[in-house]
Design a protein around this ligand. Sequence first.
Ligand SMILES: NC(=O)C1=CN([C@@H]2O[C@H](COP(=O)(O)OP(=O)(O)OC[C@H]3O[C@@H](n4cnc5c(N)ncnc54)[C@H](OP(=O)(O)O)[C@@H]3O)[C@@H](O)[C@H]2O)C=CC1
Ligand SMILES: CC[C@](O)(C(C)=O)C(=O)O
Ligand SMILES: [Mg+2]
Ligand SMILES: [Mg+2]
Length: 344
Amino acid sequence: MAKVVYNDQIQEDVLKGKKIAIIGYGSQGHAHALNLKESGFDVVVGLRKGKSWDQAYEDGLDVKTVAEASKEADVIMILLPDENQPQVYKESIEANLEEGNALVFAHGFNIHYSQITPPENVDVFLVAPKGPGHLVRRTFEEGAGVPALYGIYQDYTGNARELALAYAKGVGAGRAGILETTFQEETETDLFGEQAVLCGGATSLVKAGFETLVEAGYQPEVAYFECLHELKLIVDLMYESGLEGMRYSISDTAQWGDFVSGPRVINDETKARMKDVLTDIQTGKFAKDWILENQANRPQFNAINQAEKNHLIEKVGRELRDLMPFVKQRANAKKEVVSDDSNN
Ligand SMILES: NC(=O)C1=CN([C@@H]2O[C@H](COP(=O)(O)OP(=O)(O)OC[C@H]3O[C@@H](n4cnc5c(N)ncnc54)[C@H](OP(=O)(O)O)[C@@H]3O)[C@@H](O)[C@H]2O)C=CC1
Ligand SMILES: CC[C@](O)(C(C)=O)C(=O)O
Ligand SMILES: [Mg+2]
Ligand SMILES: [Mg+2]
């Protein structure tokens, strides 16, 4: 079994007294900055003037420009959207790196696909939480945490591993488990997971189920509860006690249907497509296409995003969630964010 590290095995002294710059204050940025500050570390947030800047300031953080924060920090964590990182690194970070600094990432994309080339005299490592930033923050506040991977690309000071573990502990990951990886493994597995299972796989499965029921004449509201709302309740059981634990709570009829019909939907053909997805990630095709899509100002991304927002499942879902106050609370918090085109 892989070695999983927890809080009591981690010395955080190596990071104490160092200035940590969190560049970006979105989904991951706000969680890392606030969790590290509350863990007793010295944090400065690097941003451009705008909504995130105002939010970070309102949250009681020290906020500076990206160049100023990078210059004064010993540890610089880049938590900007992957597609913006190379330009901001070139314009505002690179020239402010000093010998012995640490350059840190939460995802290996730009190092693994050679979009950022750091100097040789700094440490370069990643601390990648295995969960959305808003849950990194929420679980930390609840006294729990989200697991994280760490990986070392360059160990100039000889302290990169200890720094990475101390950083991971500071964001709360040591409560859940921290695992060593490489930039290649983190990048390829993270992209595969989000495309084939967690995001792309799950949304496609939910929509296909919803559409099948609606096209067969069933009420969209029934289809929404069946294929989307209840999925969270089922996944919660898997999260708590695995597939077996989930199957303990469902009826034997459901479990028999799970055994005989699940493999009719997700089968060898689906797995072959998953392998295609993984191949595109491993060869760099996915990364190249995503970089080109951004250079062209995202024509496909924007068109698909708009069509997805207009899908019937979203209309029905908005109406039903408005009638469930316990769900509405979080949806409203998210809505404020979405309407401002930001994530935090
Ligand atoms: N989202 C997640 O949960 C996870 C993300 N990651 C990784 O973490 C990193 C950050 O992702 P994520 O948190 O989703 O990023 P977000 O999209 O949430 O980042 C948005 C933040 O970046 C700032 N920003 C964007 N462009 C610039 C710029 N040119 N100059 C200054 N600030 C800028 C925004 O400020 P403004 O308000 O001014 O636009 C905002 O504060 C990525 O590498 C990602 O792969 C890893 C694990 C999970
Ligand atoms: C699953 C999507 C993710 O990889 C994440 C939250 O871990 C991301 O890039 O946002
Ligand atoms: Mg991920
Ligand atoms: Mg990801």
